[in-house]
Write a protein that binds this ligand. Structure first.
Ligand SMILES: *[C@@H]1O[C@H](CO)[C@@H](O)[C@H](O)[C@H]1NC(C)=O
Ligand SMILES: *[C@@H]1O[C@H](CO)[C@@H](O)[C@H](O)[C@H]1NC(C)=O
Ligand SMILES: CC(=O)N[C@H]1CO[C@H](CO)[C@@H](O)[C@@H]1O
Length: 459
């Protein structure tokens, strides 16, 4: 993905549009003890002391794949590289790494002059100010110093990353952590340990199917709870690589990881039986349509949802309306998504679930006033990259709750751009946080008919 194409759109606008709601109290729904039992059988880490000599000779390639050219030469020569890229900073060491979780410092001893790097291991580098207090920085000390003794010695390399930031919002969970984790670690072929700063157990649990299929080992919690522990690894990647919003670039490092590979990986991790939408709509079954309901969020909800559902049913869809309760169980929910030929939602994080739709399915985004660009950029473009059909239904002023609030002649209605130009905070407060939609069912019907025809259900 490229940077925002829209002229005059600032970085802070981009990220702020992303931050939709704050952590749903996910863990509250789980019996933590029971779940911990799930992890109890994973290979354990070995307690130890003293020094670790072994370098990661057996895993040279996975490190080298993360960079090219001069940097790769530097890695071969010195064993380490600091990578400063567009979306993230990361540090790669093929030499022994000691991570003191208490001070959040990574030590790599060598005879070279001591160098220090400090960064947040979270791939929203472009939006540093926004994640400032949400991601604990890591300091790297490389060179001539006295590293602390090891409390734990590991035989496999580590990928160290944060599960803080905007985790709690599904868009960010997948965009900021899960896809970058896949990009950074897939080619280690599960012989890699994940060390998580700003650790949230519920997050690791929620994405256990994905994480279990990227690493053979128990996730290591590097948050405050484990103060005073020094973990030693034969090599490490600190920080995650990102290729841009909800996307993967096959040509970029480490190479070969495209959106289609990521979707294959999801298919295997979640054990999806169906790949292509054609397998769903064979025979006389009505195609399933998932309507992402934002009821309970009080913004960007469909005020006449019942009427909309009725129209969809009349057209021949079997409509499944998502509820908050349904979404709490990730595994079950993504299987529901996979059973659908069409997913419909008003602009918002729920549309991230398009990742789980079968190939050839249709995403329909309802675009409220003022949010055309964000809609296209965050969900429309990515949908096309996923092998999905993508349709938009742009609402008209009559369909926005803002019309009642401001009247037809107010610039909020007539010229959203002018409001945006006055600053993002106010723009967001109006268009993102205060806008519901009352859909013109007759007009929307045409979009649904188009979806039907894309599915080959109309002659
Ligand atoms: C943890 O870090 C704090 C502050 O840097 C330090 O005072 C304390 O001694 C450290 N604790 C351990 C067990 O190393
Ligand atoms: C993908 O990566 C390559 C190599 O880094 C780069 O030249 C290209 O511009 C990237 N494509 C996109 C769409 O970002
Ligand atoms: C448990 C699980 O989902 N394993 C899968 C992980 O990924 C590999 C390679 O894609 C699959 O073959 C496994 O079935």
């Amino acid at each position: 993905m490229e940077e925002p194409k829209k002229p005059g759109c600032s970085s802070s606008l981009v990220v702020s549009l992303l931050i939709i709601t704050f952590p749903l109290v996910y863990f509250a729904f789980f019996q933590i003890d029971q779940l911990k039992a799930h992890f109890a059988n994973w290979p354990d880490i070995k307690p130890g002391s003293g020094n670790l000599q072994k370098d990661a000779n057996n895993v040279k390639d996975p490190f080298q794949r993360l960079m090219r050219g001069e940097q790769r030469e530097q890695l071969k020569k010195t064993g380490f590289v600091f990578l400063s890229e567009k979306h993230s900073d990361s540090y790669v060491s093929r030499k022994e790494v000691r991570f003191d979780t208490n001070s959040s410092t990574v030590y790599i001893h060598s005879n070279q002059q001591l160098k220090k790097y400090r960064f947040q291991p979270y791939p929203l580098k472009d939006y540093k100010a926004k994640i400032l207090n949400l991601v604990k920085p890591i300091e790297i000390q490389h060179g001539d110093m006295n590293p602390p003794a090891c409390n734990f010695i590991h035989d496999d390399p580590a990928v160290i990353f944060s599960s803080g930031g905007f985790v709690g919002n599904i868009y960010h969970e997948i965009n900021d952590v899960i896809i970058p984790l896949f990009i950074t670690s897939r080619h280690f072929r599960s012989r890699v340990k994940f060390v998580v700063t700003d650790y949230h157990f519920w997050f690791i649990y929620k994405f256990r199917n994905v994480i279990d299929n990227l690493s053979n080992f128990e996730v290591i919690d590097a948050s405050e709870a484990t103060n005073g522990k020094v973990h030693c690894f034969p090599g490490a990647v600190v920080g995650l690589k990102s290729h841009g919003f909800l996307s993967l670039n096959k040509s970029d490092n480490p190479g070969g990881h495209s959106m289609s590979e990521f979707r294959d990986f999801l298919t295997s991790s979640y054990n999806f039986k169906i790949r292509d939408v054609s397998a769903l709509i064979m025979g006389s079954n009505k195609p399933n349509l998932l309507l992402l309901s934002r009821k309970g969020t009080e913004t960007r909800t469909i005020l006449n949802q019942d009427e909309v559902v009725k129209m969809m049913e009349e057209l021949g869809f079997r409509v499944i309306v998502s509820t908050m309760k349904m979404m709490r169980n990730m595994y079950d929910f993504v299987h529901i998504v996979r059973s659908c030929s069409v997913m419909v939602g008003v602009h918002g994080a729920g549309l991230t679930n398009e990742l789980f739709l079968p190939d050839g399915a249709v995403t329909i985004q309802v675009v409220p006033l003022g949010l055309e660009w964000a809609a296209e950029y965050f969900y429309g473009e990515p949908a096309k990259g996923m092998g999905l059909h993508y349709l938009e239904y742009k609402i008209e002023p009559q369909e926005s709750s803002l019309l009642d609030l401001y009247g037809p002649d107010h610039p909020v209605i007539t010229d959203p751009k002018s409001i945006e130009d006055q600053g993002y905070k106010n723009f967001r407060a109006i268009y993102m946080d205060k806008q519901n939609v009352k859909i013109n069912v007759e007009r929307f019907r045409k979009t649904l008919v188009e979806a039907m025809s894309l599915l080959g259900q109309l002659n």
